[in-house]
Design a binder for this molecule. Structure first.
Ligand SMILES: [Zn+2]
Length: 58
């Protein structure tokens, strides 16, 4: 029952396990801050910039 498909995250408000893709906690209606996607996009932009920098240096 601990597979990677059923991801959960701990609610910082009530400390209960909420679904990872839920926008708010189903128990206390705490709204999760949507910061993970932005971090992922920034990481990809950073990687692409490094690759471009390496190509232009060749
Ligand atoms: Zn909660």
């Amino acid at each position: 029952m601990f597979g990677n498909k059923d991801k959960t995250r701990e609610c910082p408000s009530c400390a209960l396990e909420a679904p990872a893709d839920a926008e708010e906690c189903p128990y206390c209606q705490y709204e999760f801050p949507p910061e993970q996607k932005g971090t992922t996009i920034m990481a990809w932009v950073f990687v692409i910039l490094i690759i471009l920098w390496l190509i232009t240096r060749l």
